[in-house]
Design a protein around this ligand. Structure first.
Ligand code: HEC
Ligand code: HEC
Length: 286
């Protein structure tokens, strides 16, 4: 190789490196802009409940809505299994440093106490909680004695930051902005709709229709779920027709087995009504 060629090759390598570095900087800058963006804090009137029966209701909701799935049994740190990598905070240690409004905004508005957007809290489903329910949940959180170790948050890895920069990974605040409530099937199905919204929406999508990046499909029971099979699914996660989902099994055993028979019936009745109405809407005009 002549001297000239060596100089040329080194120059090319330098330009290549500089381009790579510029690309890296652009990704970091863009990702940080999303991760560090401060959002306006909506007003919250919620006051944590203190009456024992309200606190007990809050505990039931926390189990049904899967808070324990991520925050662990007793909410003292990340749960085991598929959710463990999310490093969900130890809520028993956190609540002492948070106002009731902070808790409400974390649950229903995907906002951290410093106003940045959350990355994992499924607020697109929890936005459906009523003021009373959030007060009950907050009351339950405040009733928990501090225990266990604090969970250190981890900065999202480079691949996640890359996806954020490319707009392919959305913060929960952005997901919430796109969220739609489940189809209204009429007053008699309202209880089931509400439960399905807060308990199933985190995996099946805010409107239960499935969504990109979420594990659960469109929540239809029409194909092969008899009422008895649906009760079985909610207790054990077992599905008919040789379909199998580890995730459904874990969440059913850990969370949905706490539903009363009446609650399971209400969800089933709503999902059937939803199926019927969606079939009517989606039917091609003939
Ligand atoms: C999919 C996992 C997941 C589920 C389900 C979940 N959380 Fe979280 N939660 C997190 C993570 C992770 C954070 C840390 C913030 C973030 O999302 O980046 C968090 C943050 C919070 C915070 C704010 C903590 C702080 O430091 O201020 C509260 C309060 C909270 N969660 C309560 C709940 C309640 C109540 C439920 C159920 C209604 C629930 N979470 C369900 C993962 C989850
Ligand atoms: C932690 C995530 C998660 C939650 C929460 C969840 N599901 Fe699922 N669910 C899944 C996954 C994953 C599948 C996909 C199974 C497959 O097709 O491989 C599924 C599948 C289903 C199916 C079968 C759909 C079909 O087309 O066969 C039904 C029915 C169902 N879920 C009901 C529910 C109900 C009702 C709730 C709320 C009470 C719920 N799920 C909450 C993860 C979840």
């Amino acid at each position: 190789m002549t001297r000239r060629k060596i100089v040329l090759a080194s120059l090319c390598a330098l330009v290549g490196l500089a381009a790579l570095f510029a690309g890296y900087l652009a990704v970091e800058t863009r990702a940080r802009a999303v991760l560090e963006a401060r959002h306006a804090r909506p007003a919250s009137e919620v006051q944590a409940a203190t009456a024992p029966e309200a606190v007990a209701a809050g505990r039931r909701l926390a189990v049904a809505a899967g808070c324990t799935f991520c925050h662990g049994d007793g909410l003292a740190g990340p749960g085991p299994g598929p959710a463990s990598s999310l490093r969900s905070p130890n809520l028993t240690l956190v609540v002492g440093h948070r106002s009731d409004a902070d808790l409400d905004l974390a649950i229903r508005h995907a906002l951290r106490a410093d106003g940045t957007g959350e990355l994992a809290m499924p607020s697109y489903a929890y936005a459906g909680f009523s003021d009373r329910e959030v007060a009950e949940i907050a009351g339950y959180l405040r009733s928990l004695p501090p225990r266990g170790a604090a969970v250190q948050p981890r900065l999202p890895g480079f691949m996640t930051r890359l996806a954020i920069a490319a707009g392919r990974f959305k913060s929960q605040t952005d997901r919430l902005a796109d969220a739609r409530p489940p189809l209204d099937a009429g007053q008699q199905f309202e209880a089931g709709r509400h439960l399905a919204n807060v308990a199933c929406g985190q995996c099946h999508g805010s409107d239960l229709g499935g969504a990109p990046g979420l594990p659960g499909p469109d929540l239809t029971v029409r194909t092969y779920y008899s009422r008895a099979q649906f009760h079985q699914l909610m207790k054990t996660g077992e599905m008919p027709q040789n379909v199998h989902s580890e995730l459904m099994q874990e969440v059913a055993r850990a969370n949905f087995s706490s539903f009363t028979e009446a609650e399971v019936d209400a969800i089933y009745d709503y999902l059937q009504a939803r199926d019927v109405r969606l079939a009517a809407v989606r039917k091609p005009a003939s």
